[in-house]
Design a protein around this ligand. Structure first.
Ligand code: RFL
Ligand code: PHB
Length: 389
């Protein structure tokens, strides 16, 4: 079997890249380790930047998104018993969209199936070969049979734990990492959200976030210990802890009900440089991770894919390497700004016991300054809605 671009991973990065290349007449095959249902069962991102929405619409997957999305003009931040509002629309004339990653993925899968683009699910032991030469290929096993796909380029869209980044020789890649001393416990429940907008909360008991997936579906997160297990967090314990981290009159608004999903995720900042080795390109979580506090992970993945699709399209249409040669540096400029913002939001809003009282005073000063200064609020708004392309 042969194709122009082999894509490893059918998460949002791989599927969107496949969609953009397919529409440009470039033939790409996606190899995914899991089943479609498994991929759709992962509850992840909820907030899309305006640029992400525009990119998805331009790729032909914006129809349901435009119909069903919730547009948020601002967000709320609770601390020291008060709830402050950051009005993105008033500060910078932009908004964000709430539409779950699951739905983005579902739309991309449907578009791919409708166009008849090839995807291999349940591809085991995917291996990347010859990436430093002119003729790379990918191998995998499915139902006991070995397969081989020859290609011009490989896109590693296989997330943080994938095989693509690991296929790059250690001497050719440099990584930067910060692991945070806590995790997020996320709960999905069919209950009315606490507010029309998201509420981020800083409290002495730790961080909390009230998000949503629709008018009758809430997504909540609380900071927890990295060693915690989902089973230790009964629904009652979760709702109780969430309420204790919100100002009283907001706690009273929390509608509770049985959880339909509950998961714990560690928090990490990570970047691998460069995002290319020979004929392999990395995109999305395969190349970088941000802590979810700034809602940047999926948006960054879409940014990478937008740059990579442009570069590959230029390669085939104009027989020029300029785009693919510039891809890594161009993507990393955007990545590092989102890394900085996500690190800052995480540092601002979580409890860091090892930071001691000095750390807490600095946090309080940072939060006070944020709500006293239009410049500081504007900086948050600009980054949260997404820096311009
Ligand atoms: P994914 O989604 O991890 O997809 C990678 C795919 O590759 C497959 N795979 C392999 N396939 C073949 N062979 C192998 N060896 C393979 N190894 C892996 C996997 O099965 C999978 O299908 O990466 P991608 O596509 O780069 O997308 C990145 C996003 O998923 C991620 O950045 C966001 O979910 C991060 N994130 C958020 N981002 C936002 O922009 N806004 C948010 O509000 C937001 N909230 C979040 C988040 C991530 C979270 N968690 C759990 C990590 C909230 C949470 C809790
Ligand atoms: C979510 O709805 O899952 C979500 C929203 C905002 C974040 C992180 C996650 O910062």
């Amino acid at each position: 079997m042969r194709c122009q671009v082999a894509i490893v991973g059918a998460g949002p990065s791989g599927l969107l890249l496949g969609q953009m290349l397919g529409r440009a007449g470039i033939d790409a095959v996606i190899l995914e380790r899991k089943t479609p249902d498994y991929v759709l069962g992962r509850v992840r991102a909820g907030v899309l930047e305006q640029g992400t929405v525009e990119t998805l619409a331009a790729a032909g997957v914006g129809e349901r998104l435009m119909r069903e999305r919730l547009i948020h003009d601002g967000t709320r931040i609770a601390f020291a018993g008060r709830v402050h509002r950051i009005d993105f629309n008033e500060l910078i004339g932009k908004t964000v969209t709430v539409y779950g990653q699951t739905e983005v993925t579902r739309d991309l899968m449907a578009a791919r199936a409708a166009a008849g683009y090839p995807t291999v699910y349940e591809a085991e032991d995917v291996g990347l070969h010859g990436i430093d030469g002119a003729k790379p290929h990918v191998t995998w096993r499915k139902e006991g049979i070995e397969h081989r796909l020859d290609c011009d380029y490989i896109a590693g869209c296989d997330g943080f734990h994938g095989v693509a980044r690991a296929a790059i020789p250690a001497a050719a890649i440099r990584t930067f990492e910060r692991v945070y001393p806590f995790a997020w416990l996320g709960v999905l429940a069919d209950v009315k959200p606490i507010d029309e907008e998201l509420v981020y909360a800083h409290s002495p008991r730790g961080f909390a976030l009230c998000s949503m997936r629709g008018p009758a579906r809430s997504r909540y997160y609380i900071q927890c210990a990295t060693a915690d297990l989902e089973a230790q967090w009964t629904d009652d314990r979760f709702w109780d802890e969430l309420r204790r981290r919100l100002p009283e009159e907001w706690a009273a608004k929390v509608a509770t009900g049985p959880s339909i999903e509950k998961s714990i995720a560690p928090l990490r900042s990570f970047v691998a440089e460069p995002m290319r080795f020979g004929r392999l390109f990395l995109a999305g979580d395969a190349a970088h991770i941000v802590p979810p506090t700034g809602a940047k992970g999926l948006n960054l993945a879409v940014g990478d894919v937008r740059y990579l699709a442009e570069a590959l399209i230029e390669r085939y249409a104009e027989n020029s390497d300029a785009g693919i040669d510039g891809y890594s540096a161009r993507a990393l400029r955007r990545v590092w700004k989102a890394e900085r913002f996500s690190w800052w939001m995480t540092t601002l809003l979580h409890d860091f016991p090892e930071g001691g009282e000095f750390g807490r005073r600095i946090q309080t000063a940072d939060l006070d300054y944020l709500f006293e200064s239009r410049a500081a609020m504007t900086a948050l708004a600009e980054n949260y809605v997404g820096l311009p392309y």
